[in-house]
Design a protein around this ligand. Structure first.
Ligand code: CP3
Length: 347
């Protein structure tokens, strides 16, 4: 099979802030529980086991593409996969998220975070990418968890509202925090580079919970590591998307750290986000996923408002402000894709 040139597909054009045929759209967590065909294929059992089966993961990646007609696919995997693969001792509990019985608390715990060798440790991820790339004629997005977000799961032992233990470690033992971030940065960087090598066309760094930090905390405890990660990936030329929620006060920093596309959640209007980020950067977002259960006219109005606030800027990838939740009716997402694709600036 000849390798496909996807350079001039709307999603990659928008990543480069170049005009495209239509505004591209995809949905975070599009591959997942809101699809009946996903539930039928996944059945019971750990998501981490499903991810280890490339034929299953590739099929789950493809399911939303067939149904929705989105402009990009996202690899079916999880941010915790590389950490699980190096043997830290972390699992994903249904309805909860990543959990660890022995949280990261002291220097000795660094031993549980050896370097990632993606070919040895996560061959199934690379195989899934290869199967998907064969089948797709739209770009495939690879991803990793941001070092803060991963660190928060390892330190807190599971999801948190306050990040108290994470912040305690940062301030009490900044040397250990730096070592932990070094390790996580190595793991995330080599995972992303291996995904690019296997054929993904773009990568997204999900630093989902980094909005828990103030700008000065971000500058001191996160910026240097994410900057290093993005620098190492830059040589590949693959666009880098940077995403988190509640990041209104961090948008500029999350751009300056080296992203090509900045994810915006629904709390910041898109025109204001563009002002904060400035320059020729693409934005991704930002429909509130919680309104997906509202009557269609409400959703339509919200979608059009976002598109109008973007005001025809070529660097816009339509998405939700966070992931699709399990109770969303897939038909709603299908209608949103059609609406976004039909939109023209002067309508
Ligand atoms: O469709 C896609 O976006 C691709 C697949 C994907 C998953 N997780 C599959 C998954 C992606 C990109 C992720 C990233 C991820 N995982 C993030 C960052 C994105 C975000 O939401 O901010 C985070 C924080 C995680 C950690 C995690 N994994 C959580 C919080 C959960 C939910 C737990 C639950 O059951 O409510 C998971 C499990 C998970 N990862 C599911 C899916 C489809 C659901 C569990 C299942 O289907 O068995």
């Amino acid at each position: 099979m000849t390798s496909k040139d996807l350079t001039n597909t709307p999603f990659l054009q928008a990543c480069r802030c170049e005009p495209a045929d239509h505004v591209p759209v995809w949905f975070m967590r599009q591959a997942g529980r809101s699809l009946p065909e996903y539930r039928a294929l996944r059945k019971e059992g750990s998501i981490l086991d499903a991810i280890k089966k490339p034929d299953v993961s590739a099929e789950i990646t493809m399911q939303p593409i067939r149904r929705y007609g989105v402009d990009a696919a996202i690899l079916y995997s999880d941010i915790i996969v590389p950490i699980h693969a190096v043997g830290f001792g972390v699992d994903i509990q249904p309805g909860v998220g990543p959990v660890t019985e022995n949280p990261f608390r002291s220097t000795g715990d660094l031993q549980r975070l050896r370097e990632l060798d993606p070919i040895q440790d996560t061959p199934y991820v690379l195989e899934t990418i290869k199967i998907c790339v064969e089948q797709l004629d739209i770009p495939l997005i690879g991803f990793a968890g941001g070092p803060f977000t991963i660190a928060s799961y390892l330190i807190e032992g599971g999801p948190s509202r306050t990040y108290q233990e994470t912040k305690r470690l940062m301030f009490e033992n900044p040397e250990l925090w730096a070592k932990l971030m070094d390790r996580l940065t190595q793991i995330c960087t080599s995972s992303l580079l291996s995904q690019i090598d296997a054929g993904v066309s773009a990568v997204q760094l999900f630093d989902s919970w980094v909005g828990a930090l103030s700008p000065s905390q971000y500058i001191r405890f996160v910026f240097p590591w994410v900057e290093k990660m993005f620098k190492e990936i830059s040589s590949t030329g693959v666009p880098k998307i940077h995403f988190g929620v509640v990041t209104g006060e961090l948008l500029q920093l999350m751009s300056e750290v080296g992203a090509d596309v900045v994810g915006v959640d629904w709390r910041v209007p898109l025109d204001l986000a563009r002002d904060r980020i400035g320059g020729e950067k693409a934005l991704q977002g930002n429909l509130d996923p919680a309104i997906l259960g509202a009557p269609w006219p409400v959703i339509q109005d919200e979608v059009l408002t976002i598109l109008k606030l973007n005001d025809g800027h070529p660097g816009h990838i339509f998405n939700l402000g966070h992931g699709v939740t399990p109770n969303v009716n897939p038909e709603v997402l299908e209608r949103i894709v059609q609406l976004v694709h039909q939109f023209r600036v002067n309508q």
